[in-house]
Design a binder for this molecule. Structure first.
Ligand code: ADP
Ligand code: MG
Length: 478
């Protein structure tokens, strides 16, 4: 909490007197300005769910007091948006500003109806004692093996990760290369390795870094003429965990540096853990020397979880969120939200927020509406043009040609895939889709969609391609 600058205020039960404070008007004015700024920094759903219900209570000197509807709400906002709030307030009234909070006494009462949802008092476990290294590991302590649910979809990756964490650098899984679509648990799993080692052997030097940050830091190092220091720093690690390595594609200099770091670490039997949204062979724009090294150890993919696993994950998340929720409700969510785990989590949060902010009772109807809302927002965020662009980019085809009359097989294939994905991922009707592809009529569109559907059942490569494109689009759009 100290990090975010939001601190506890004692004796805030004197809520009513605070409300009458003469500074209430100023607080209101400041908070309105803050909302104006925050609205541009977060997405609309986040803004209306988490920011609009916050009430400014008073402003005394540079201390702004905000009131949250309840404890859970406060904790969620503090953890996820504490810094945003503090930064914004400081941006407006200066660096010494502080934000404090109070929690409204009108906690919503959840009725014991079907499906029941009850908020229990959150219990925050004390952080495990850790030895502080002289650099930051960048690990998020919440990503652990203990809360990583096993399923068929992640069996190999998980088992290997655990073996590595028991014996980093000493197994034949070096490097360990995990790949799979967005929101399926790659970051969670590779950080779990880091956390396990860090907690069991605090002397080991563990570092987690996203490929984006690795690249930016490297560019900074070049500018500051500190490339040797940069490289040497990474060479001192016992475990290097590099996330989303697909972002290194096309970045030759960074790849070159990473190549040398990789060799040095591997030679010393230090563990290298990598994640990517696709298999090594599909990393176009990645140095072949690196790709061949990625295959030296173990490559494991994580797939989309099946229904049972999705239910198990929801159960665990509901428990973590201190939320009692009926099995039928969880099953309903798991049946309708299928593509990734991040979305499953998002649904529970939204459900909880809706319950708190509206009627305070979760009915089967609210669950249905929330699930529908999530699927709809997803669909309206996407355009046929965006889909077409991604399909063409992936298949290396000129975007203009896809709208032409050409019958060249590779263009026809791309066009059919783009039509199929437009149907799957947007709410456009067949006529609209046809119009986007050079004015084709709706029977051509139906034929295209059916062809792709059928071919995918027979052709694994095609199914894989379509799935990869879909994942890229979904990552880009949300
Ligand atoms: P990715 O890196 O593959 O995009 P993340 O690791 O960020 O996905 O996972 C998205 C969210 O889903 C995280 O909050 C993570 O904790 C959760 N998650 C993913 N897989 C699991 C799992 N098997 N068990 C529990 N939570 C999971
Ligand atoms: Mg990730």
């Amino acid at each position: 909490m100290a990090d975010s600058g939001i601190e506890n205020v004692d004796n805030l039960n004197a809520e009513n007197s605070l409300r009458r404070a003469p500074s209430a008007g100023e607080a209101q004015k400041l908070w309105s300005e803050c909302l104006h700024v925050i609205k541009k920094r977060v997405n609309e759903r986040t803004y209306s769910t988490w920011f609009l219900p916050i009430r400014p209570v008073s402003l005394s000197g540079k201390v702004l007091i905000l009131e949250f509807p309840n404890l859970f709400f406060h904790e969620w906002v503090d953890t996820h948006y504490g810094e945003v709030i503090t930064d914004t307030v400081r941006g407006i009234i200066g660096g010494e500003a502080r934000v404090e909070y109070s929690v409204s006494e009108n906690q919503p009462v959840f009725e014991d109806e079907l499906p029941p949802v009850v908020i229990k008092k959150p219990q925050i476990p004390p952080p495990a004692p850790r030895k502080q290294p002289e650099f930051t590991t960048n690990l998020n302590p919440k990503y652990l093996f203990e809360n990583f649910i096993k399923g068929e979809h992640n069996q190999l990756a998980r088992a290997a990760a655990q073996a590595i964490s028991n014996n980093p650098g000493k197994t034949s899984f070096n490097p360990f290369f995990v790949y799979g679509g967005v929101g399926l648990g790659k970051t969670h799993l590779i950080q779990a390795i880091g956390n396990a080692v860090h907690n069991n052997a605090p002397d080991k030097r563990v570092i987690y870094v996203t490929s984006d940050k690795f690249t930016t830091d490297f560019v900074d190092a070049i500018l500051g003429e500190k490339t040797n220091e940069f490289s040497n720093f990474y060479r001192t690690m016992d475990i290097l965990i590099l996330d989303d390595i697909q972002f290194l594609t096309g970045k030759e200099k960074t790849q070159d540096l990473f190549f040398h770091v990789f060799n040095a670490l591997h030679q010393m039997n230090k563990q290298i853990v990598l994640s990517s949204d696709r298999a090594p062979k599909d990393l176009k724009g990645m140095d072949d020397r690196l790709i061949s090294r990625f295959n030296w150890g173990l490559t494991a993919d994580i797939q989309a979880p099946d229904l049972e696993t999705r239910i198990a994950i929801l159960m665990r998340k509901a428990e973590e969120m201190q939320l009692d929720i009926s099995a039928e409700t969880l099953e309903h969510i798991a049946t309708h939200i299928t593509s990734n785990i991040r979305e499953l989590e998002g649904c529970l949060v939204k459900l909880l927020a809706n319950a708190m902010l509206s009627s305070s009772t979760i009915t089967a109807d609210l669950v249905r509406r929330t699930v529908r809302e999530i699927s709809t927002t997803k669909k309206t965020n996407l355009s046929i043009d965006l889909i077409t662009r991604y399909v063409c980019e992936y298949l290396n085809i000129d975007e203009k040609k896809i709208r032409d009359k050409t019958r060249k097989q590779e263009i026809v294939n791309a066009r059919q895939i783009a039509m199929y994905l437009s149907k799957e991922l947007t709410r456009s009707d067949l006529k609209t889709i046809g119009l986007h592809f050079g004015g084709r009529d709706h029977s051509t569109v139906i034929h295209s969609i059916n062809t792709v559907k059928e071919d995918m059942t027979k052709d694994v490569m095609l199914a894989d391609t379509v799935q990869s494109i879909r994942q890229k689009i979904e990552t880009a759009a949300f």
